[in-house]
Design a protein around this ligand. Structure first.
Ligand SMILES: O=C(O)COP(=O)(O)O
Ligand SMILES: [Mg+2]
Length: 226
């Protein structure tokens, strides 16, 4: 039995979990593509490329748009220039601020583990007034490895004072990348079903899934009983 008296640390993915940032990522991608004479991509297409971070995003775009390596580098750099301050088309998913505040008020240490680079991560957290809630932010360029490698989640859990080799923390995310990295550690995974996942929930390892952030505080407390 796992007896844990202190509120458990909860680590969150960002894109597709706390925020719907695909419209901004889509706008930044299309600015970079069209500035370089390429056709714009649809929002659905770009959303399906999100999850592995910026290099994975641009590898997928390069394949889709037949972009050579030198041009890809230029376009990715142009994209980053736009992405660093992109908040205009991003919204928080319903109930996110309320759920985070409930967990913080109950004393859960909160953290972020995202494949989004640190610059745009800081910008968007500040934009939504969420930055003060997170004691640790592990971003896509904070560690040598990115999710689905477990190292970033391991770092976030450790920084919140929990042992990543014991089921002490909880990870909340939306994607295959998140499910895989949680499964590599004994960290229970709560799957937000309205994010950018490409795979049916039944094919992802997770402790529970939810469609509304109103359910999250209850799911986190249920974990404390396991
Ligand atoms: O930026 C991405 O590709 C993914 O970011 P996430 O890890 O917060 O989902
Ligand atoms: Mg995500």
């Amino acid at each position: 039995m796992n007896v844990c008296f202190a509120p458990r640390p909860v680590v969150f993915d960002l894109d597709g979990t706390l925020i719907d940032s695909a419209p901004d990522i889509h706008a930044c991608v299309n600015s970079a593509l069209t500035e370089h004479g390429k056709q714009a991509l649809s929002l659905d297409r770009v959303r399906s490329f999100i999850g592995g971070g910026v290099d994975v995003l641009w590898n997928k775009i390069s394949t889709a748009c037949q972009i050579d390596e030198a041009s890809r580098k230029e376009m990715q750099a142009a994209f980053m220039g736009h992405y660093l301050s992109a908040t205009e088309h991003t919204v928080m998913f319903d109930g996110v601020a309320e759920a985070l505040n409930i967990l913080a008020d109950r004393g859960h240490p909160l953290g972020i583990c995202t494949n989004k680079p640190l610059g745009p991560t800081r910008t968007v957290l500040k934009h939504f007034g969420l930055d003060h809630l997170f004691a640790v932010v592990v971003a896509g360029d904070t560690q040598p490895e990115k999710k689905p490698h477990p190292a970033p989640l391991r770092a976030a859990v450790s920084a919140l004072g929990a042992d990543p080799d014991k089921p002490q923390a909880i990870f909340v995310g939306d994607s295959e990348f998140d499910a895989e990295c949680a499964a590599a550690l004994p960290v229970p995974f709560l799957l937000y079903e309205k994010g950018y996942r490409q795979t049916p929930p039944g094919e992802l390892i997770h402790r529970a899934s939810f469609e509304s952030f109103a359910e999250l505080p209850g799911l986190v407390e249920a974990e404390a009983q396991v």
